[in-house]
Design a protein around this ligand. Structure first.
Ligand SMILES: C[S@@+](CC[C@H](N)C(=O)[O-])C[C@H]1O[C@@H](n2cnc3c(N)ncnc32)[C@H](O)[C@@H]1O
Length: 280
């Protein structure tokens, strides 16, 4: 067990037996890993987590009219599903810094915290403060040393320069597919600025992919470019040529029920990618 986990007691009940014990049955749509994370992190009783979660969503009513939707789509610890999660975690345990783009509630960053990564090495950014505030309440950690900041990465409305050359690793979950090719290139160039200018700097995460890459409508959001690994490499070749850097893209395309339901397209995939800077 990790050092920072050693003081945490075992769950007081089996998560699978929670059904029917919550006054908010919708809350049980939370993925079991996320319930476990809130329990591990906040040290509240595991049976309290669903009601606590619904209370937080009710407090932050502007999050959305349908809390279940937000639970289903914004609460997953997607970072642990990455093929390079363990390698990235090992690097962060040695003091490397991570920036998460579009961090939502910040559950992926808290997951790294319970695994022993230093909070001061974790940075998250989001369009506005709504989910960041809800995250503090959800995880009961307003005094955390993690850094959250807001802004529009396409328009460049926050102080980018403060964060230039600061990070070893960028993580982006369900983020890039919201944007078309041109916007993704602009965001990727910002990522290049955020990362240290040295071989081994990494960006990893997941996005909606497609077996026929192109521009697709995703839910109610505007159309975004769904890649496969080859088109993602093409995009990073372009980004590299415009930033005088070289990047190696690797990825896998998983069939994913959630993504198929969101896109109503059997040819969509979950593209899990990891991209390494080779040299300047
Ligand atoms: C689909 S959510 C993913 C949240 C979380 N990473 C996850 O995996 O559940 C993507 C989020 O990116 C944020 N976003 C969209 N456009 C943005 C922009 N131009 N700059 C910064 N964040 C943006 C939005 O707030 C949106 O909710």
């Amino acid at each position: 067990m990790d050092k920072k986990m050693s003081g945490i007691s075992k769950p007081d009940t089996d998560i699978s037996k929670l059904s029917g014990k919550s006054k908010h049955t919708e809350a049980l749509a939370i993925a079991p890993e996320t319930v476990q994370l809130v329990w591990n992190y906040s040290k509240m009783s595991v049976t309290e987590v669903p009601d606590h979660w619904m209370d937080v969503l009710k407090k932050h009513q502007t999050i959305g009219a349908n809390p279940s939707l937000w639970l289903a789509w914004f609460a997953d610890c997607t970072i642990i599903q990455s093929p390079v999660y363990k390698k990235m975690k090992a690097r962060m345990l040695k003091g490397e810094k991570l920036l998460e783009l579009g961090c939502g509630f910040g559950q992926n960053m808290r997951k790294l915290c319970v695994k022993g990564v230093a909070a001061e090495d974790l940075f998250g950014f989001y369009t506005d403060r709504i989910l960041i505030e809800a995250g503090y309440d959800l995880f009961v950690d307003r005094s955390t040393q993690m850094t959250f900041f807001t802004g529009d990465i396409v328009a460049g409305t926050f102080e980018f320069e403060r964060f230039h050359d600061k990070f070893n690793i960028v993580f982006a979950s369900m983020f890039f597919h919201l944007f078309d090719w041109t916007e993704q290139v602009a965001i990727a160039k910002q990522v290049v600025n955020f990362l240290r200018k040295e071989p081994g700097s990494m960006i990893f995460g997941q996005q909606i992919g497609h077996i026929k890459p192109g521009l697709y409508q995703v839910g109610r959001e505007s159309a975004g470019y769904a890649h496969n690994t080859a088109t993602l490499q093409q995009m990073w070749d372009l980004v590299g040529s415009e930033t005088k850097s070289t990047w190696h893209v690797q990825g896998i395309m998983d069939v994913n029920d959630n993504i198929a339901a969101l896109t109503q397209d059997d040819n969509t995939r979950c593209l899990r990618f990891w991209i390494r800077r080779l040299w300047n």
